[in-house]
Ligand binder design. Structure first.
Ligand SMILES: [Fe+2]
Length: 284
């Protein structure tokens, strides 16, 4: 998961892990939830970014949130998800009745496409996040969203990571696109170019749409891990995918997207991303 403003601030200050929620966060006044988030962030800091994800003993409440979200997404996925996402879901075969460990999901993805998850305590600097993608390694969180709002998370929790990104990484065509973002950011030196790439990542890999047999389908991880986001597609201003426009388009990280971009097909999405990611240069 990549750093952006509006999310909680999670940091390690001389061995003490600090988690600060913004006032709008549903866990802002929940002491037990805050304690839990600190413990899970500590586990990720202890493991380190290149290691396998540590196992977390998820609570009954966290398991309940998983079952609620998982069951609620089944119908909307059939209706709204693009073909390549549904194929990835079939291959990954996430359990609906229990919250799997990040490491267990990672092992399955690695067998399928060679991609894997490693643990992230919270927000990452964009360069850190994208650089690991060049190794087909996606740094993912392991905490679970606040139980008061199971269908929308103001930040990318593990449910978002495994349902949204994990399902995509289980499909070779998606896994190749993630890796391409990583190689592109590794060769760029400037913040401005990396920020432009982040925008394109957001409006494609997180909130992208593709046409399929005349219908508009969701292909981004943020849309596909939230019933609310999937319902919001009908209310969004949908524009043709154009990376020049996408680079300039502001996006909302803690609410539904007012503007989305749609590719003509999955092939078209791949072509647009390949052209953009191989062509972008630092400003002279
Ligand atoms: Fe994400």
């Amino acid at each position: 998961m990549e750093e952006n403003s509006g999310y909680p601030d999670i940091r390690n200050v001389g061995g003490t892990v600090v988690v600060d929620f913004p006032p709008s966060h549903p866990g802002h006044h929940d002491v037990a939830y805050h304690r839990r988030r600190v413990a899970i962030a500590e586990a990720a800091f202890r493991a380190g970014p290149a290691s396998s994800a540590p196992d977390i003993a998820y609570t009954d409440e966290e398991q309940r949130v998983w079952r609620t979200v998982s069951a609620a997404l089944t119908g909307p996925h059939v209706k709204h998800a693009c073909r390549e996402f549904l194929e990835g879901a079939d291959r990954l075969d996430l359990p609906a009745d229990r919250l799997p460990q990040l490491g267990e999901v990672s092992d399955r993805i690695e067998q399928l496409t060679g991609a894997r998850f490693s643990p992230a305590p919270g927000m990452l600097a964009p360069r850190d996040f994208y650089s690991s993608l060049a190794e087909r390694r996606f740094q993912a969180t392991q905490y679970i969203r606040h139980p008061s709002r199971p269908h929308f998370s103001p930040e990318p929790d593990m449910i978002h990571e495994i349902i949204g990104h994990g399902t995509a990484l289980a499909h070779e065509r998606w896994a190749d696109l993630y890796e391409m973002f990583g190689h592109t950011v590794r060769r760029l030196a400037g913040r401005e170019a990396v920020s432009a790439v982040s925008n394109v990542f957001w409006f494609t890999m997180e909130a992208g749409l593709v046409k399929e047999d005349g219908d508009i389908k969701a292909c981004g991880a943020t849309l596909l891990s939230s019933c609310g986001e999937l319902e919001n597609i009908a209310r969004a201003d949908i524009r043709p995918l154009d990376t020049t426009a996408v680079q300039r388009q502001p996006y909302v990280v803690t609410g539904y997207q007012p503007v989305l971009f749609c590719a003509e097909s999955f092939d078209h999405l791949e072509d647009v991303l390949r052209d953009y990611l191989t062509g972008i240069q630092d400003r002279k």
